[in-house]
Design a protein around this ligand. Structure first.
Ligand code: PXP
Length: 241
């Protein structure tokens, strides 16, 4: 049965907007676990725009489920991952100017380099995943690089401009899942999945994990507004004229 892995990066985005102490992504991660998340994901970016090193260290100590660390394949992140020992790392491409991870990692022609990067992580008991487009060449290259999982980038499906484009992108993802499984890889899906478009995978077998962040945090902000405003209005109502 597939699991839900919740990405809490954007709780940290809100905190970093004031460079303050709230909202606390570790608290969000606990609540997500209590609500049914079976893994917590954070992306420690090179520019530290949202998640900070201390968040990853605290999550490692406090999570009851699993910690999945998204990161670029850089020497700095390699050293950090070996120290933190997340349950899994997911290698993603990273560009400083991008708003979010815009495309999959290119694995073709980099199989040996990636295998060398992953081997010490595997030796330490850390699982591995490569975030790639639903492209057969990338899937085969990920297998050759020795990854245990692939995460197929669902952004092209989620952001498709027309229903026809969306069907075409969905078919690519479904074929990618099939090929990945045939090659003996475990397959996760992520990026741009929301309460409307995730349904397309309800009857698609072979997915281990759905990695979802933005839509969940966005909904949480809105569903929490009423309680938050009522609480503050109640306090203000109690003030003297
Ligand atoms: N998977 C990967 C590799 C990502 O980089 C992201 C975005 O941080 C996600 C999944 C989650 O995407 P979203 O926030 O759109 O749900």
């Amino acid at each position: 049965m597939p699991i839900l892995a919740v990405n809490v990066d954007h709780v940290a985005t809100l905190r970093q907007a004031r460079l303050g102490r709230e909202p606390e992504p570790v608290t969000a991660a606990h609540l997500a676990e209590m609500a049914g998340a079976r893994a917590i994901i954070v992306h420690l970016r090179e520019d530290r725009r949202h998640i900070q090193d201390r968040d990853v260290a605290l999550l490692r100590q406090m999570l009851k489920t699993r910690l999945h660390l998204e990161m670029a394949a850089t020497p700095e992140m390699h050293r950090l991952a070996l120290g933190i020992k997340p349950d899994m790392v997911c290698l993603v491409p990273e560009k400083r100017q991008e708003l979010t991870t815009e495309g999959g990692l290119n694995c073709v022609g980099r199989e040996e380099e990636l295998a060398k990067f992953l081997a010490p992580l595997h030796d330490t008991g850390i699982g591995s995943s490569l975030f790639i487009d639903a492209d057969p060449d990338q899937i085969r290259a990920a297998k050759d690089a020795g990854a245990q999982y692939i995460e197929i980038h669902t952004g092209a499906y989620a952001d498709a401009p027309t229903p026809k484009d969306q069907q075409r992108e969905l078919a690519k993802v479904v074929e990618g899942i099939r090929l990945g499984r045939e090659l003996g890889l475990k397959v996760n899906l992520g990026h741009g999945l929301n309460y409307d478009n995730v349904w397309a995978f309800a009857k698609v077998p072979g997915v281990s994990e759905y990695s979802i962040g933005h839509s969940i945090i966005s909904r949480a902000v809105l569903t929490g507004i009423t309680e938050a405003v009522e609480k503050m209005a109640g306090i203000i109502r109690g003030f003297v004229d």
